[in-house]
Design a protein around this ligand. Structure first.
Ligand code: LLP
Length: 395
């Protein structure tokens, strides 16, 4: 992050605000192209991580497709020029209206989560006199080391079709005349920083393909989902996740054939490190037991620390007193909740009212999860490639 550019830009904008480093996004996308797309893999960007039009247009121009979990996301992807033929639609609770939208727009694939959903999609497709392309989202019961709220591929999670349910689904599939079976889909969780679970997933996927093809269905699409994690503790040491090693796992362990397509749905690994939440110190509360730095951003702008006990690095961008000694702070927001805490007992230069901080690695699941709680106002967004323009454009 070029701190001086950001400081200059922030001077003319109110805080809190989100800042995106577009050069870093472009470099990340270059690696997705080099290690993913160039090998023939299809990579869909998970809009749930970020749905800002400026970001989506860059990602679309780089040749990625979209992974959506609501009708709103499908529409946003189309509005941002993604070809419907490159839009996958996942989600455990698709409404009838959302299924109709997907069919009308001619999306690539519905990732189906249950037999009942499959039957409903078949009925709606029949009514519309069309075929619904689908992949079965399987729940492979793969253990991942991440926060319990973001595991998705265990039998205790609501997601996907278990092995037992798969037998019933395959029995039913042959009779569903308006379903076009494309293949299988997985997503085992998010912020997975070890490659081992993905190796295990490949082995399970190989077995599923054999099992399903033995039943007479041809598996054309293998959608391996997303979930690759980023370095929140030290984003500058790893601004781009090791996408080379991630894709190599699938080169090595997934037994796919020339006539099969391999798809991915990456969100966090593409956009997390490119985003920061900029915030100013409002007040300092010094106690004999601890110090609080009350900042102008809160859980309404970035809920991850409150919801998942996530740690985001806090970088001091500008200080009123540049010789300030190191002091420990709880950095907290203005929201009327004790969970509105970004970090506890954390060493920073002694802060004063007006000092500018960046809460790093906030590009994924940051801005998209904002809320109006406490009737908080909306906030501005800055893009690194617009900074020159932004600094003259004072409001
Ligand atoms: N595909 C499916 C079906 C998903 O459910 C998800 C994320 C993704 C792809 C993208 O996963 P990624 O590559 O971004 O890990 N709000 C939480 C994360 C929730 C993730 C939900 N599913 C957080 O802030 O950590």
């Amino acid at each position: 992050m070029n701190a001086s550019d950001i400081i200059a830009a922030a001077e003319h904008r109110s805080t809190p605000c989100y800042y995106y480093d577009i050069a870093l996004l472009n470099q990340t996308l270059d690696l997705v192209k080099k290690y993913g797309l160039a090998k023939g893999y299809h990579v869909h960007f998970a809009l749930k991580a970020n749905h800002e039009p400026t970001i989506l247009q860059r990602i679309q121009q780089a040749g990625l497709g979209a992974d959506c979990v609501s009708g709103g996301e499908v529409q946003q992807a189309i509005d941002c020029h993604f070809d419907p033929k490159h839009i996958a639609f996942a989600g455990v609770g698709k409404s009838d209206a959302e299924i109709e939208l997907g069919l009308e727009k001619g999306i690539f694939c519905f990732n189906v989560e249950s037999l009942q959903e499959l039957i409903v999609i078949n009925e709606i497709a029949k009514r519309k006199n069309t075929q619904a392309p689908i992949a079965l989202r399987l729940n492979p019961n793969v253990q991942v080391n991440t926060h319990k709220y973001i595991t998705t591929g265990l039998h205790e999670n609501k997601f996907g079709i278990t092995d037992e349910e798969l037998l019933l689904v395959l029995d039913a599939l042959a009779d569903l005349s308006h379903i076009q079976f494309l293949g299988i889909h997985f997503h085992i969780g998010s912020q997975i920083t070890s490659l081992e679970p993905f190796v295990e997933l490949c082995h399970k996927a190989n077995d599923y393909v054999t099992q399903i093809e033995n039943r007479g269905f041809s598996v054309k699409v293998l959608n391996m989902g997303g979930g690759f994690g980023v370095n929140y503790e030290d984003p500058d040491s790893e601004p781009i996740p090791d996408l080379k090693s991630f894709f190599e796992v699938f080169d090595t362990h997934l037994n796919y054939r020339q006539d099969q397509e391999v798809h991915f749905e990456l969100g966090r690994s593409i956009i997390a490190q490119a985003g920061s939440l900029l915030t100013r110190v409002l007040y300092i509360k010094e106690r004999s037991t601890k110090n609080f730095a009350v900042v102008d951003a809160g859980m309404t702008e970035l809920i991850r620390p409150a919801l998942y006990q996530a740690t985001h690095k806090i970088q001091v961008l500008s200080l009123n007193d540049s010789n300030a000694p190191i002091t420990n702070y709880d950095v907290v927001g203005p929201i009327c909740e004790s969970s509105d805490t970004f970090i506890t007992d954390h060493p920073l230069n002694k802060l004063q009212r007006g000092d500018l901080l960046a809460i790093r690695s906030a590009g994924a699941y940051g801005q998209v999860m904002k809320s109006r709680y406490n009737l908080r106002p909306d906030f501005p967004v800055l893009y690194s490639d617009e900074l020159n323009h932004t600094t003259i454009d004072t409001e």
